[in-house]
Design a protein around this ligand. Structure first.
Ligand SMILES: [Zn+2]
Length: 70
């Protein structure tokens, strides 16, 4: 308890659409690709407002992070 979050969320291209995955770290440092919490290697780019609004949250990332909190 009281620990700051060690992950952040970012919409990233996943197949033919954007999905909001979680990543380890405090924030995106403008790296061009990284591995998601759910283990996918994805390309990263500055998301548009639209991407934030429309990208669904990755269920795998969400589930892993929730398990870690228990
Ligand atoms: Zn994910």
């Amino acid at each position: 308890m009281g620990e700051p979050p060690r992950h952040y969320w970012l919409p990233t291209p996943d197949e033919d659409r954007f999905v909001r995955h979680a990543f380890r770290g405090r924030r995106w440092e403008s790296q061009s690709c990284d591995t998601t919490v759910c283990g996918k290697r994805v390309a990263m780019a500055k998301p548009s407002e639209m991407d934030w609004c429309t990208a669904p949250t990755c269920r795998d990332c969400n589930g892993i992070l929730r398990d870690e909190q228990d």
